[in-house]
Ligand binder design. Structure first.
Ligand code: ADP
Length: 791
């Protein structure tokens, strides 16, 4: 079904068909009349009415040359006083006078602007007669004699179309023939044939059906439209026509037919047909009328048909297009080459505040362009006239309320089907928001730059890809390089220490979008390197895309030197402790062995205090051996390799336990252990860890209470957290941190043996693996040692 507005649009464009039908009906009536029964005048009157109808005019005259005067033989739509005026027209400034003088058709599209009437007294008369446009076509006999003039007049300015004038010529020819030969019916029939041929040539079909027999004739084009093969006599029937109407449209078509029949008015229909030959569905427009050639004769149904499939489709497309245009957020405006607005969509209304009715017909320059930008439009129009496009032209336009809008314009030339530039379509996008955001961004950036100059730090900004955009004065002062020089790879390279690998590290961070952090050396303009902590963090937009990198370099030179010195000193100390404990082992062993020997061989020979002294020497040697051993373990902790592969911590636990068998048996301890994970740690160190912690759990048990030790493990985030719980003596809160220090003990060796190095070793091992160790304890109830290792 056709949408209502589409149908309306269709009928409006079908004026042409309606007018042709009018002419056809008149000619049909004329050709079937007996000429003898009618005067020449009445026939010419029919022709004149047909002419007025065919060109869509409101008024008309047909005048014959009789001697020196022009006699009006037929007229339509005129009042008597004006007819007198036309009668004497050839002596005045008039269109028909001009046509007669020039011997050819004269068309005046608008009498107001025609030079023919400029300053002429005829103009007020035409005004009064309501004539705004005129055409006059001379009538010539077959021998070339001028017989008269056929004039049509319009109430509004009008430019008759070529096909209208062509049909008009046919009528003029016919009128002239009538006048010349005093007419005969054959000639009239020929005239009707002429008209049918003209319609045929314009792609229109015609039909004429006797409603009594329901049979008649179609033009060849009508056969073609419905998909039939024409037959020699062009015979057709009402049934042939009706059977082609699309079933869904049949009811509507029948209704239109019944209406036309009942009211005597035109039948007009746009509907689908199914072609007889290939079943293709097409749209067709039909205009018809029931006529009775003479009183008492059978009724005929005559009419015109035209295929409108393409028009329907393009109307649909244009409906769709206009829906798109209207729903666009951008203002879409078209204008002609004079800059006059010819269309204006809803967003244009929203954006500029003018309704379509207010905007159309105004020039863009007058309506929208602010005074200080008036020179833009001539330039744009000139570019359009050359067929150029204007792309993303950022400018300002004025709204109806006088406020200014920042907009981005894209203007492209519009061409007619001949490729001539007729105007332009223009898309205006509101970029006020964007401009404001840009200004805002600049302002923050400005604030940032201001702040950047205040602090002691070197500050830089880079774009999303890491390209440098800003460096603060502090950097310029330090390095002697300004922004441009810093961007130069060779120059910046000369300010970086070759060992620090700053570039590669920076590029990796930019590629991964991860914060950059590096301690590196920067060379000042004095040629000296200083240590800086370089950091840069990505700044992201709301969608998470990196917009900028904000970077700082903080001078940590003094600290770094201290740190390096400390590290070196520590290394020296460790080296010393290692070699001292290592080298001490040898003489210590001698002391121990010889004191043992002395004791075993001479203990019965020495007396009193001497024996006590000897025992002290022995004990001291044993104790010193323990200390030296533990110290050696401690110093060696940082030397051990880290494994490439994870190791089984169950195995480490079992080895530690095996080493503790004596203590377990001695204390009647119970030890429980969860299944433990595989971990990327040094297995010897893991054994050491279990050995020290479980060893302590056994050692620090409450007197008379056999130790119960529980080893568990759980995973938290990406870490393993081990716990070694005992039911021992516990640790006072104030000592819970201290006990991890070297040589820190809470008891005398008389109470509990030990060196105070065990937990310090544990702490070292854990720190080497980037973990953490701590204790939770209730004095008198037991302690739980926790250590965390990354999985
Ligand atoms: P050592 O055991 O050789 O004295 P450690 O470094 O292993 O040295 O321990 C330091 C101190 O921490 C111990 O002297 C002891 O006072 C306390 N401690 C360690 N483990 C425990 C425990 N399981 N229960 C109570 N106290 C403990």
């Amino acid at each position: 079904m056709i949408e209502p507005e589409l149908t309306e649009q269709g009928y409006r464009s079908n004026d042409r068909l309606a007018r042709d039908l009018d002419a056809l009906t008149r000619m049909h009536a004329l050709s079937t009349r007996q000429l003898g029964a009618h005067s020449l005048e009445s026939l010419l009157e029919e022709i004149m009415h047909a002419a007025v109808a065919i060109v869509g005019a409101e008024m008309g005259t047909l005048q014959l040359i009789e001697g020196d005067t022009l006699r009006i033989v037929a007229h339509a739509g005129h009042q008597p006083p004006f007819l007198d005026f036309f009668r004497a027209a050839e002596t005045r400034d008039s269109v028909c006078g001009a046509a007669l003088k020039q011997g050819c058709r004269v068309v005046v599209e608008d009498v107001e602007s025609s030079p023919l009437f400029a300053g002429s007294p005829s103009l007020p008369v035409l005004h009064a007669a309501g004539v705004r446009a005129v055409q006059s076509t001379p009538l010539f006999s077959r021998k070339g004699k001028m017989l008269g003039v056929l004039t049509t007049q319009w109430r509004t300015p009008h430019a008759p179309r070529e096909p209208d004038l062509w049909r008009l010529d046919l009528l003029a020819r016919q009128a002239a023939d009538l006048i010349e030969s005093s007419a005969n019916s054959d000639l009239l029939r020929t005239s009707e044939e002429y008209l049918k041929l003209a319609l045929e040539a314009a792609g229109m079909g015609t039909w004429d059906i006797d409603m009594l027999t329901e049979r008649g004739h179609w033009s060849r084009r009508h056969f073609e439209l419905l998909g039939y093969q024409p037959n020699p006599g062009n015979h057709a029937s009402l049934h042939m026509w009706r059977s082609r109407v699309h079933p869904e449209d049949l009811e509507k078509v029948d209704l239109a037919l019944r209406n036309a029949h009942a009211t005597g008015q035109s039948y007009a229909s746009e509907h689908r047909i199914t072609r007889a030959d290939n079943g293709e569905v097409r749209w067709i427009a039909e205009f018809g009328r029931y006529v009775r050639p003479s009183p008492g004769a059978a009724q005929h149904f005559i009419g015109i048909s035209v295929d409108i499939t393409q028009r329907i489709q393009s109307a649909r497309t244009s409906l769709l297009l206009s829906a798109i245009v209207d729903s666009s957020d951008d203002a879409i405006i078209s204008k002609n080459l004079d800059g006059v607005i010819t269309s204006w969509n809803k967003s244009a209304e929203r954006l500029f505040g003018y309704s379509a009715a207010e905007a159309i017909g105004q020039t863009v320059a007058a309506l929208l362009i602010p005074a200080d930008r008036q020179d833009e439009e001539p330039n744009i129009l000139a570019r359009l006239a050359r067929g150029e496009r204007v792309d993303h032209f950022e400018t300002r336009r004025r709204r109806k309320d006088g406020t200014l809008l920042d907009i981005s314009l894209t203007i492209s030339p519009v061409k007619d089907d001949q490729g001539r530039i007729m105007g332009a379509s223009k898309i205006a996008r509101d970029i006020t928001g964007r401009k404001r955001a840009e200004a805002q961004l600049r302002l923050s950036e400005e604030r940032f730059r201001h702040l950047a100059e205040v602090g002691p730090q070197i500050i830089w900004l880079s774009g999303a890809e890491g390209e440098l955009e800003f460096v603060n004065q502090r950097w310029v002062d330090y390095s002697g390089l300004d922004l441009e020089a810093t961007k130069d790879p060779a120059q910046i390279a000369s300010r970086l220490h070759p060992e620090d690998d700053v570039f590669a590290h920076w590029q990796r961070c930019v590629a991964a979008g991860k914060p950059f952090e590096l301690e590196a050396r920067l060379r000042g303009k004095d040629g000296q390197f200083r240590w800086f902590m370089m950091r840069s963090v990505p700044v992201r937009d709301e969608r998470g895309n990196v917009q900028k990198w904000f970077g700082t370099s903080t001078d940590i030179h003094e600290n770094k030197l201290l740190q390096l010195e400390l590290k070196r000193a520590n290394q020296d100390l460790e080296q010393f402790a290692y070699s001292a404990s290592h080298d001490l082992q040898e003489p210590l062993r001698s002391v121990k062995i010889f004191s043992e020997l002395l004791y075993s061989r001479y203990s019965d020979k020495v007396e009193g205090q001497a024996s006590e002294f000897l025992a002290n020497v022995r004990e001291g040697a044993v104790r010193m051996e323990m200390l030296v051993r533990d110290l050696l373990t401690y110093t060696q902790t940082s030397k051990a390799d880290k494994p490439a592969e994870p190791v089984d911590s169950n195995a480490a636990f079992q080895t530690a336990l095996a080493n503790l068998q004596g203590a377990v048996a001695e204390t009647s301890a119970t030890i429980h252990c969860d299944p433990l994970p595989w971990l990327p740690v040094n297995s010897t160190q893991l054994q050491q860890l279990f050995l020290n912690l479980i060893g302590n759990a056994l050692k620090y048990h409450r007197p008379g209470v056999p130790p119960v030790v529980d080893v568990t493990v759980r995973q938290e985030n990406r870490n393993w957290i081990f716990s070694v719980r005992d039911n021992g003596i516990g640790i006072e809160p104030e000592f819970q941190e201290k006990i991890f220090g070297l040589f820190k003990r809470l008891h005398t060796r008389e109470e509990y043996s030990g060196t105070g190095i065990g937990l310090a070793i544990c702490q070292r091992i854990i720190e080497r693996h980037n973990g953490r160790i701590w204790v939770e304890s209730q004095p008198g109830e037991g302690s739980t040692f926790y250590f965390m290792l990354p999985a």
